[in-house]
Write a protein that binds this ligand. Structure first.
Ligand code: FMN
Length: 355
C-alpha cells in the first residue's frame, strides 16, 4: 500500500503549532511543526514501510501509530482509495482555485440546528445583542420623493406579492399541469443564440454567459399521474425522465431534518453543474454567479406556483451526500443548491399582507 500527503490540506497557525483542515473531508486536526515536516516528506507516494523509516530517530511502533492517526485524520491518503479518487477528481475538474474550493466543499453535509434551537438561540442573543435593522428609511435625506403605488391595477405585481413560504400544507396532490408550469417557468428553454463557438440556450431567467449551469430534478410524492419517485427534468425537451426506482426517503432526511418538508407532495431540486460555467470562466467569481442563478430560477418557480395558489417553500439546507445519491450526481463540480417544496398552503394567520 502506498501513501502520500493529502492534496487538499490547509494550515493555520495556533499557539505556536498549526491547525490543519482538509477541505474535501472536513477533517480538522492539530499539527505540530514536526508533523508538518513529516507530511512534507510525503509529497510523493511512499510505501508504508518506506514512510515509517523517514524519521529514523522515532521508534518504529510509534511511527506506525502516528501514520495510522494521520490516515484517520485524512492528513495522508492511501493510493487507490475512495479519498485518493476524490482528490484526483478534484485536481482534474476543479478550476476555481482553493478559496472557492474551501467554501464549496466544506459547507456540504453540515449539521443543522432545529427550528426550536434556532429560536432559542435568538431569544438568548437578543438579550445582549440587538438584531440589526431589517430595513432602512430615507429619514436622513432632506429631499424624499414618494413613489406611486405599484400594486394598484398591476396583475403581475399583485401575483408576485402573493408569493409566501407556508410550511403547513394540505394533503391535496399537485397536478401535472402545476408541476409542468413551475418547471417551465424556472428552467424552460425559450430560445437560443450563438456566440463565436457554440449555440447557447436561453430561458426566462438570466444565466452568466448563457452557460445554463442548472439541472432540475423532481421528487414526486403525490403528483397526479406520476409514480412516486425521482425524475429528471429535461429543460430542452420539457419532459420528465423517471429515474431508476429506489427506496424513497423522507424529504426531511434529504433536507437537513426539516420535518415540515415530509408533508410536501412535490419537491423541485436544483443542482448546479459547475463545469459548464468553469469551462468558460477561469475566475472564481463565476461561482458567485452560479449561486445567484439558483435564486433567479427559484423565484420564477415560486411565482408560477403562486399563480396556481401553491406555496413553493425554498430551502438550501441539505444532507448533500444523501441527496446527491438520490439525484445520481457526483463529482467535484456537481452539487445540489436549492430546493422548492410545492404544496397547497394552509391558511397562516400570522402573516399580514399589505395591499
Ligand atoms: C436562500 C434561501 C434559503 C432558505 N432556506 C430555508 C430553510 O432552510 N428552511 C426554511 O424553513 N425556510 C427557508 N427559506 C425561506 C425563508 O425562511 C422565507 O423566505 C422567509 O421566512 C420569508 O418568508 P416569505 O418567503 O413568505 O417571504 C429560505 C429562503 C431563501 C431565500
Amino acid at each position: 500500500m502506498q501513501i502520500r500527503i493529502s492534496q487538499t490540506l490547509m494550515f493555520t497557525p495556533e499557539d505556536q503549532n498549526f491547525v490543519a483542515f482538509n477541505y474535501l473531508t472536513k477533517s480538522v486536526f492539530g499539527c505540530t511543526s514536526e508533523t508538518m515536516g513529516f507530511l512534507s516528506m510525503l509529497s510523493d507516494w511512499h510505501t508504508k514501510d518506506a514512510a515509517e523509516q523517514l524519521l529514523p530517530t522515532v521508534d518504529k511502533e510509534e511511527m506506525k501509530e502516528n501514520i495510522q492517526h494521520l490516515l484517520d485524520a485524512t492528513a495522508i491518503v492511501e493510493e487507490n482509495s475512495t479519498l485518493s479518487d476524490a482528490e484526483n477528481e478534484f485536481e482534474r475538474s476543479w478550476g476555481w482555485g482553493i478559496p472557492a474550493a474551501i467554501f464549496h466543499f466544506s459547507l456540504n453535509d453540515k449539521s443543522y440546528l432545529s427550528i426550536e434551537d434556532v429560536q432559542a438561540n435568538q431569544t438568548l442573543k437578543i438579550a445582549h445583542t440587538p438584531s440589526p435593522n431589517l430595513h432602512t428609511t430615507n429619514e436622513k435625506y432632506e429631499n424624499v420623493i414618494d413613489l406611486d403605488s405599484s400594486l394598484k391595477d398591476n396583475d403581475l405585481l399583485q401575483l408576485m406579492s402573493r408569493r409566501r413560504t407556508i410550511r403547513e400544507v394540505n394533503k391535496t396532490p399537485i397536478t401535472r399541469k402545476q408541476l409542468s408550469d413551475c418547471l417551465f417557468a424556472g428552467m424552460g428553454i425559450t430560445g437560443h443564440t450563438h456566440n463565436n463557438i457554440v449555440q447557447l440556450p436561453l430561458s426566462m431567467t438570466p444565466s452568466g454567459g448563457a452557460r445554463n449551469p442548472y439541472e432540475a430534478y423532481v421528487y414526486a410524492r403525490n403528483v397526479e399521474g406520476l409514480e412516486p419517485g425521482f425524475y429528471h427534468y429535461s429543460a430542452l425537451e420539457h419532459s420528465l425522465g423517471r429515474m431508476p426506482a429506489k427506496d424513497l426517503p423522507n424529504p426531511s432526511d434529504l433536507l437537513a431534518g426539516q420535518y415540515w418538508a415530509d408533508d410536501m407532495p412535490c419537491i423541485i431540486l436544483l443542482a448546479a453543474m459547475l463545469e459548464r460555467s468553469m469551462w468558460k470562466y477561469a475566475d472564481a467569481n463565476a461561482y458567485r454567479g452560479a449561486l445567484i442563478e439558483a435564486g433567479h430560477i427559484g423565484q420564477n418557480i415560486m411565482v408560477a406556483a403562486t399563480k396556481h395558489e401553491l406555496t413553493a417553500c425554498p430551502t438550501a439546507a441539505f444532507c448533500h451526500s444523501a441527496l446527491h445519491d438520490c439525484l445520481e450526481i457526483s463529482g467535484a463540480t456537481q452539487t445540489a443548491v436549492y430546493a422548492l417544496c410545492l404544496g397547497s398552503p394552509k391558511k397562516d394567520d400570522s402573516i399580514v399582507m399589505y395591499q
